[in-house]
Design a protein around this ligand. Structure first.
Ligand SMILES: [Zn+2]
Length: 270
């Protein structure tokens, strides 16, 4: 599943190729994504110029004077740039055509989405309630500490709550808590400021490491073959049930929290 680093890499990968380019055509082969694609898309986007491409949480935003395309890659989606003559495959649902270049959305499981909004995208219902960006300067340990006072929810669920901070998926949450030495079951309101400062720092580190790794795959966005692979993370605890902790050799434990698996070291994360 594309996580925040994949979406950020996609954003950086496509931006230089489509920024300043005019949309000449929009082809919607299958509008039935997670939500139906707006019927107005083709009419309103055609003729527009992409002013910029940005990311908010796991949404990619294509900004034009008339409105904004809000794209989500869902569970299995990917975007590629291909030449106009490239035949579409079974799962290539949407093409945004720029003269000889096509931005193509492929999504076998169709959990992704594409919205068109005329209003400022930050007012869109998918985006308006989102919390802080984990890579922004204002995402700090102090912020997490302040938000968490009085909260009984487990720290892992707290950092996976997109109203607090966006884009921290299940894998990143387990890994970051391990690196910060915080027990994933601890009540968010009972984690110290010092631990939150460390946590904010390692969250930035794991995400940035992934993005840096993804940078090497940027060329995949323009070669038209296959799809950009999702990043292979170096994992310390995730999926390592029963294996010795790399630091203390105690077996990694797996528990369920909110229907998701959590992995941690009972000794290093007291
Ligand atoms: Zn350990």
């Amino acid at each position: 599943m594309p996580e925040l680093p994949e979406v950020e890499t996609t954003c950086r990968g496509i931006a230089p190729h489509i920024t300043g380019k005019q949309v000449t055509r929009v082809v919607v082969r299958n509008p039935n994504l997670r939500w139906p694609v707006s019927r107005r898309l083709g009419k309103e986007l055609t003729g527009q110029t992409i002013n910029s491409v940005s990311r908010r949480a796991k949404y990619l935003l294509l900004h034009t004077d008339a409105g904004t395309v809000i794209l989500h890659l869902g569970m299995s989606g990917s975007l590629r740039l291909v030449k106009t003559a490239t035949p579409a495959g079974k799962h290539d649902h949407i093409d945004i055509v720029f003269n000889k270049l096509v931005l193509r959305l492929t999504d076998p499981r169709r959990f992704g989405s594409l919205h068109w909004t005329r209003r400022p995208p930050e007012q869109h219902r998918l985006i308006s309630a989102l919390g802080y960006e984990p890579l922004d300067d204002d995402f700090t340990g102090d912020y997490l500490y302040q938000c968490s006072r009085g909260r009984k929810v487990a720290i892992k669920q707290f950092i996976m709550n997109s109203r607090i901070v966006v884009g921290i998926g299940n894998i990143y949450a387990s890994e970051a808590l391990y690196m910060a030495g915080i027990n994933p079951q601890r009540a968010a309101g009972r984690v110290s400021l010092k631990k939150y400062q460390l946590l904010a720092e390692v969250i930035g580190e794991v995400l940035n490491d992934s993005i840096a790794q993804g940078g090497t795959s940027l060329r995949d966005f323009v070669n038209g073959h296959g799809q950009p692979g999702y990043f292979k993370l170096h994992l310390n605890v995730y999926g390592k049930t029963g294996e010795p902790c790399i630091s203390c050799r105690i077996p990694i434990r797996e528990i369920r929290q909110g229907q998701r698996s959590t992995f941690y070291c009972p000794k290093c994360q007291p």
